[in-house]
Design a protein around this ligand. Structure first.
Ligand SMILES: NC(=O)c1ccc[n+]([C@@H]2O[C@H](COP(=O)([O-])OP(=O)(O)OC[C@H]3O[C@@H](n4cnc5c(N)ncnc54)[C@H](OP(=O)(O)O)[C@@H]3O)[C@@H](O)[C@H]2O)c1
Length: 311
């Protein structure tokens, strides 16, 4: 008799990383349940996934939604403080999620953190991520912590916003001298890395970085070249860059970049010396298939950004 498909729970399957992850899990024959804050959001997966409310204020319901899960993948987080949500509330909520996972007997938790989470407690984003890593380690749950710096592909924020500005303005301002470095990882490679870590034994940690290292200035120049544009790249004081980003925000209907994100970028916190994060991909039932190393940004972005949300 065939085994029933394992159940994997994904917070935010209709979000950015969660969507890519869910596609890969479904392709591997895994049963996917998402826990979401936005159950009425358009669901391109239809009835291929189960949708449950991320019921942070109802521990019993949260636990029930996690019962029977072999793996919980947690992508839930907030990008900035707002009158309706804060880093502090996201930390509290995530701790409740970990408690519910333990109570429900979830076999493994794959938690998405951020590169260098423990090295920038002066920034609230990083401090919250650091607290959550420590909290997860103290739960006794079998876990993996996966730490991206910046993800690209499809509807990413940073690369799309750089492309948007390059398309519309004759000059692009980089924060400061633009010499700080970063290693973007494609979102599909991130998803594959998470699945890989779901199937590893013991508690694991991984920096989720791509095969290429860019200075920020080089990254902007690479996107400009992919788009076949002629634009000057000039240094601007970080505060001025942030104010310009604030002005562009309403046009792209997004928060383009926050001051904490600029600080992290300029401290090269989006860089790491770890090997590129392209794992041996693992199918839902545990067999291994060798995959090639992480895809470079230039290759993944050609032809010029057809997937750009803002054109
Ligand atoms: N994207 C990157 O370049 C990047 C870089 C470094 C680290 N990370 C980390 O990777 C993880 C996933 O990032 P992502 O870009 O894929 O995030 P995302 O899709 O924008 O958000 C992940 C989930 O968090 C929930 N969420 C986001 N903002 C929320 C808010 N204001 N209130 C309530 N819920 C909210 C959403 O849940 P619902 O869909 O259920 O509403 C969403 O699905 C996060 O932990 C992030 O810190 C991402």
């Amino acid at each position: 008799m065939s085994q029933p498909a394992p159940l994997h729970v994904v917070t935010g399957a209709l979000g950015y990383t969660g969507r890519s992850l869910t596609e890969q899990l479904l392709a591997r024959g895994v049963r996917v349940r998402t826990l979401t804050n936005s159950p009425d959001r358009p669901n391109s997966f239809g009835d291929r996934i189960e949708v449950h409310l991320l019921a942070f204020d109802d521990p019993g319901r949260l636990e029930q939604s996690l019962r029977g899960a072999a793996v919980l993948y947690n992508t839930y987080w907030v990008r900035f403080n707002h009158r309706r949500f804060t880093f502090a509330s996201a930390v509290r909520h995530t701790m409740r999620l970990f408690d519910a996972a333990r109570a429900a007997g979830v076999e493994r938790v794959v938690h998405v953190s951020i590169l260098h989470a423990s090295e920038a407690d002066d920034l609230a984003y990083y401090r919250g991520k650091h607290q959550l890593e420590e909290a997860l380690k103290s739960t006794g749950l079998s876990h993996a912590i996966v730490r991206p710096g910046v993800l690209f592909g499809r509807f990413d924020v940073l690369i799309n916003n750089i492309a948007w500005v390059l398309r519309r303005f004759p000059v692009f301002g980089v924060f400061g001298d633009g010499s700080y470095t970063l290693r973007p990882l494609h979102v599909d490679d991130m998803a594959a890395l998470m699945i890989d870590h779901a199937h590893r034994a013991g508690n694991t940690e991984a920096d989720a970085v791509g095969p290429e290292r860019f200075t920020y200035r080089e990254l902007v120049a690479a996107i400009r070249d992919i788009l076949e544009l002629r634009r000057r790249i000039v240094p601007v004081p970080p505060l001025v860059g942030w104010v310009i980003g604030r002005c562009i925000g309403p046009l792209v209907r997004d928060v383009v970049i926050t001051r904490e994100e600029i600080a992290g970028l300029m401290r090269s916190l989006l860089d790491s010396n770890e090997p590129a994060g392209r794992p041996d991909a693992v199918d839902g039932l545990g067999s291994r298939e060798r995959r090639r190393p992480g895809m470079p940004l230039r290759e993944r972005s050609r032809p010029p950004s057809p997937a750009c949300r803002v054109v």
